[in-house]
Write a protein that binds this ligand. Structure first.
Ligand SMILES: Cc1cc2nc3c(=O)[nH]c(=O)nc-3n(C[C@H](O)[C@H](O)[C@H](O)COP(=O)(O)OP(=O)(O)OC[C@H]3O[C@@H](n4cnc5c(N)ncnc54)[C@H](O)[C@@H]3O)c2cc1C
Length: 398
């Protein structure tokens, strides 16, 4: 039984169903339509889609491709991550709305009779018997539903109800910040770069979404209340000051209703599992948006969990040791990625001290500008992560 039909829950559901394990996925929303979510499909995830035999069909869905990520420094565009030398078949990030990705995974999983997706089913509690988690209690439009299960997987995201109800302890790191997301139209003459327009004025992210720009404006935690107080015109000026787009374009932000606020935090569970339950993806570790790695780590968790758990689930011999093995496998890449994100944030914070009066780019961007080969290393860490996971052969067919 899997809580949450996000990237982690649906990929795990697909892999388990494909291997003949009965799966139920419960999702609280009625559909996959969410704006301003993780929309970056990295080379590691594209490789998983290839290993599943789905890549050609998947890449026929509308998307834009970024073979490298750029930033502006001192008026010059520099490559901060280059994917061209990665040892995989698709050496680019595919930007694709998350709802298309999720709908694709759900449709593939639903071709298996042993896969069931229940939409509008909100996890309310875990069922516990003698210290072991035995299932979930769900709220649906038709009333309460209780589902018993050999294993519960918490894939219900950064505000996981499963982890809270199961009493799993969370550790938080760094100072939370916030990102104000908004859309601006794309017009002829706009910059070509995707992601990380980082200097000379920092804290502004520009993601090419085909016919529009998804823009992220990084602010101090709780600063949004002050910004709102100053009014929309003042906000437009602040964005115009850091954006490479013409100031007139800011009129497209009609009111604060056109923005969406994301609290950026980095946390992880002290232990990802207890008897009968394991958490993966954001439910086990919320990442900072730096590098856009959240979706891809969630997918890698799902692949690793499937590789380790399929045999014990099929043979009805699941033990705590199997759950601990999943955490052991994914713990290192999670810790390493979070450590790197914290280091990059602190170099950015130092530069952004004094309320953005310091116009220098963050330290890691200055480093890459001096040693361009580092862009390949950054490409590897962003594109593949610290530990890539592969779909194990012989565990089902599509
Ligand atoms: C604004 C924003 C921008 C981001 N940008 C990027 C990016 O560019 N690249 C990137 O890789 N990552 C990005 N991320 C992070 C990325 O979206 C997450 O890391 C990724 O989606 C995690 O996948 P997941 O499956 O673990 O959790 P989620 O995607 O959060 O999925 C959890 C699912 O569980 C469901 N759920 C929650 N509670 C319950 C419940 N009680 N009962 C039933 N279902 C429930 C949710 O509705 C959701 O469908 C961004 C996140 C945000 C919020």
């Amino acid at each position: 039984m899997i809580a949450g039909a996000g990237p982690a829950g649906l990929m795990l559901g697909l892999l388990l169903a494909r291997a003949g394990v009965d799966v139920v996925v419960a999702e609280k929303h009625a559909d996959f339509l969410r704006d301003f979510r993780g929309d970056t499909i990295h080379p590691s995830t594209l490789e998983v889609m290839h290993e599943l035999g789905l890549i050609d069909e998947f890449l026929r869905l509308p998307h834009t491709r970024a073979p490298k990520l750029s930033a502006e420094m001192g008026g010059k565009t520099i490559t901060i991550a280059d994917f061209s030398r990665l040892p995989v078949r698709n050496r680019f990030i595919a930007f694709m709305p998350q709802w298309d990705f999720l709908s694709f995974l759900a449709a593939k999983a639903q071709t298996y009779p042993n896969f069931r997706l229940i939409m509008q089913a909100k996890v309310a509690d875990v069922l516990e018997e003698q210290g072991v988690i035995r299932g979930l209690s769900l709220e649906t439009p038709k009333g309460k539903l209780t589902i018993h299960s050999t294993l519960v997987v918490g894939a219900d995201g950064r505000n996981s109800v499963v982890r809270e109800k199961a009493g799993l302890e969370v550790e938080s790191f760094g100072i939370p910040s916030e990102v104000v997301w908004m859309k601006l139209s794309k017009q002829p003459g706009d910059p070509n770069e995707v992601m990380g327009h980082a200097g000379p004025r920092q804290g502004f992210v520009l993601i090419d979404r085909g016919d529009y720009w998804q823009c992220g404006y990084v602010i101090r935690r709780t600063a949004f209340a002050e910004i709102r107080e100053k009014g929309i015109e003042a906000f437009r000026r602040m964005v115009a000051d850091v954006s490479p787009l013409p100031a007139a374009r800011m009129q497209e932000i009609r009111s604060f209703e056109d923005t969406s606020l994301l609290t950026v935090r980095i946390d992880r569970l002290k232990q990802w599992w207890r008897s009968g339950l394991i958490c993966i993806g954001d439910a086990a570790h919320a990442m900072s948006p730096i590098g856009g790695v959240g979706v891809n780590l969630a997918i890698q968790d799902a692949v690793a969990a499937a590789n380790i758990l399929i045999a014990p689930l099929r043979e009805k011999r699941l033990t705590d040791g199997d759950l601990a093995a999943v955490e052991k496998r994914r713990g290192f890449p999670t810790r390493a990625t979070q450590k790197l994100q914290l280091m990059m944030r602190s170099s950015r914070r130092t530069d952004q001290a004094d309320d953005r009066k310091s116009k220098g780019p963050p330290g890691f961007i200055r480093g890459i500008a001096r040693f361009p080969l580092l862009a390949h290393l950054a490409g590897r860490l962003i594109g593949l992560g610290f530990r890539m996971e592969h779909v194990r052969a012989g565990q089902g067919n599509l």
